[in-house]
Design a protein around this ligand. Structure first.
Ligand code: G3P
Length: 250
C-alpha cells in the first residue's frame, strides 16, 4: 500500500440548516469502529453549522471543516471568515480553491495560495482543489492545467499535516459523469510527480483525493485507482446513507 490513510470528505456546499444535524448524527452513528481504524472522515458543512456539527461529533473521530476562508487573520472584510475563526470553532480542515469558488468568486491560483497559507497559519489542514474544464480536457491541456494549479496553490514546505490535494474535474462535479479509472490514474500520477518536485520526500505522505460525482455505486472502483487517497463528495454527502455507502467502499 501507499501508507497514506484514506480520507473521505463531504462538502455540503450551500446546503443545510439546523435540521441537517440529523445527517451528521446519522453518519456518526453509522460508522463502524473497524472502519474508523482504517480511514479519516470529514464533513464540511456551511459555516453556520460548524459549531453544532463539532458538538454533534464530540468524542468521535469525525472531523469538521470549513468550505472557504479569507486569507487574512482578521480585519475590515465584511462577511468573510478567517482560518483562525474556523479553528476557534473546532474545525480541523478547510477546502481551498474549490472550482465553484474559482468560477463564481473569481479565485485565482495566487488567491488559492494565499488562502492555503492562511489555513496553515491557523493550524488547519487546507484541501487544495484543482481540476480542468471539459474544454481544457478536449484541448489536451488537463495535465498542464492541474499541475500549474497545484504548483502555484501549494505553500512552500507543505506537509501531509497541513495539506491535502483534491482533483475535481469541473465537468464531473454534480454532473453524474466521471472520468474513467485510467483518466483519473493519469492525472493523479502526474499530480504526485509534481508534488515530488514541489515538496520532495514529504510528497509521498500527502493525500490526493478524487472528487466529482462520487456515489455509493462507483466509490469502490474510483477509490481503488492508484494514487487515489480518498474522496471529496458533494451531493452524496447530504444523505447519511449515501455518504456511509461511500465510506464503506474501504
Ligand atoms: O467538492 C465536492 C464536489 O465538488 C463534488 O460534487 O456533487 O459531484 O459529488 P458532487
Amino acid at each position: 500500500g501507499s501508507g497514506r490513510r484514506p480520507l473521505v470528505a463531504g462538502n455540503w456546499k450551500m446546503n443545510g440548516t439546523r435540521a441537517s444535524l440529523a445527517t451528521v448524527e446519522g453518519i456518526r452513528d453509522g460508522l463502524s469502529p473497524a472502519l474508523l481504524e482504517k480511514i479519516d472522515v470529514l464533513i464540511c458543512p456551511p459555516a453556520t453549522l460548524i459549531s453544532s456539527c463539532v458538538a454533534a461529533t464530540y468524542g468521535s473521530p469525525i472531523a469538521i471543516g470549513g468550505q472557504n476562508l479569507h486569507a487574512r487573520p482578521s480585519g475590515a472584510f465584511t462577511g468573510s471568515i478567517s482560518a483562525e475563526m474556523l479553528a476557534d470553532l473546532g474545525a480541523k480542515y478547510v477546502i481551498v480553491g474549490h472550482s465553484e469558488r474559482r468560477a463564481y468568486h473569481h479565485e485565482t491560483d495566487d488567491g488559492v495560495h494565499a488562502k492555503a497559507l492562511g489555513a496553515r497559519r491557523a493550524g488547519l489542514c487546507g484541501i487544495i482543489c484543482v481540476g480542468e474544464t471539459m474544454e481544457e480536457r478536449e484541448q489536451g491541456r488537463a495535465l498542464s492545467i492541474v499541475r500549474a494549479q497545484l504548483a502555484i496553490g501549494i505553500p512552500k514546505g507543505a506537509t501531509a499535516q497541513d495539506t491535502v490535494i483534491a482533483y475535481e474535474p469541473v465537468w464531473a462535479i454534480g454532473s453524474g459523469r466521471t472520468p474513467t479509472p485510467a483518466e483519473i490514474a493519469e492525472v493523479h500520477a502526474s499530480l504526485r510527480e509534481m508534488l515530488d518536485k514541489l515538496v520532495g520526500e514529504e510528497a509521498a505522505k500527502i493525500r490526493i483525493l478524487y472528487g466529482g460525482s462520487v456515489k455509493p455505486g462507483n466509490a469502490r472502483e474510483l477509490m481503488a485507482v492508484e494514487n487515489v487517497d480518498g474522496a471529496l463528495v458533494g451531493g452524496a454527502s447530504l444523505v447519511a446513507e449515501d455518504f456511509l455507502g461511500i465510506c464503506n467502499a474501504y
